[in-house]
Design a protein around this ligand. Structure first.
Ligand code: NDP
Length: 240
């Protein structure tokens, strides 16, 4: 029997790209979303629809999901992974950066849920994987606005899980520590970036994104009656 469709947001790099490769290898057709279409297409995965979608655009996200479902059947999972981390002390940070993170990390996640949840509830099946962070459980220096968004992801995920538990829909929160991706590159303060890099090195390096992809696949591949509610994983040397 052929595997069902999985939707992955932010699949053009890092954790999303690693997850796309892994789940494609498991035989799933995929809908991959990000703003850099060429990077999605460069993955070269079979049975994969790549769409240039900014996940803060609710309509565009829903339309891409509809298009993929027409081609490959209902979405059995959504990996809500697109996110940005713009580090700064609150007093120094341009509020536009708060807006970008809130729109992407919180509203983008909600819009993804909105696009797939009604179908999952109707089918009484489906898995929503929200990629939060250890920064969704505790604070870190220069992370105030970012942790605000990731605490929101943890909270809304757990509340959603409670709401849909009796409907056969699973909600999984993935909470990684530092992962070696492009995430830090969007922070503008060079000092904060170099301090963060030094912190990562002092911990013996960050996780490979493949490890996070495997955690996502582990949770997804449980039998339908089992929900892995949360996976928290970090490099062994990461103390905080
Ligand atoms: P990357 O920067 O490598 O990946 C981020 C992805 O999000 C890219 O594919 C990017 O694609 C996409 N993206 C950004 N903005 C938008 C947008 N407006 N619309 C659609 N897609 C968008 O970082 P990671 O792989 O590390 O990040 C993935 C998730 O993991 C994030 O939610 C992050 O918070 C979380 N995380 C990361 C950790 C880390 O240390 N790296 C630790 C804990 C959690 P494009 O630019 O092409 O749109």
């Amino acid at each position: 029997m052929s595997e069902p469709l999985i939707v992955i947001t932010g699949a053009s790099s890092g954790i999303g790209a690693a997850t796309a490769r892994l789940l494609s290898g498991h035989g799933h057709p995929l809908l991959l979303l990000a703003r850099r279409l060429a990077r999605l297409e460069e993955l070269g995965l079979p049975q994969t629809l790549c769409r240039k979608v900014d996940v803060t655009d609710r309509e565009a996200l829903a339309a891409a999901v509809r298009e993929a479902e027409e081609q490959y059947g209902p979405a059995d999972a959504l990996v809500n992974n697109a996110g940005a981390m713009l580090l700064s002390r609150i007093a120094d940070q341009d509020p536009d950066e708060w807006d970008r993170m809130i729109d992407l990390n919180i509203k983008g996640v909600l819009y993804g849920i909105h696009a797939v949840l009604p179908g999952m509830l109707a089918r009484r099946a489906g898995t929503i994987v929200n990629v939060s962070s250890i920064a969704g459980r505790k604070t870190f220096p220069n992370h105030a606005a970012y942790v605000g968004t990731k605490f929101a992801v943890h909270a809304l995920s757990e509340n959603l899980r409670e709401e849909v538990a009796s409907s056969g829909v699973r909600v999984v929160t993935i909470a990684p520590g530092a992962v070696e991706t492009e995430l830090l590159s969007h922070t503008t303060d060079e000092r904060i970036k170099s301090d963060y890099d030094a912190w990562k090195q002092s911990a013996g390096g960050a996780l490979d994104p493949q490890v996070v992809a495997e955690a996502i696949a582990y949770a997804y591949r449980q039998p339908p009656g089992v929900t892995v509610r949360e996976i928290v994983l970090a490099a062994t040397g990461q103390e905080s």
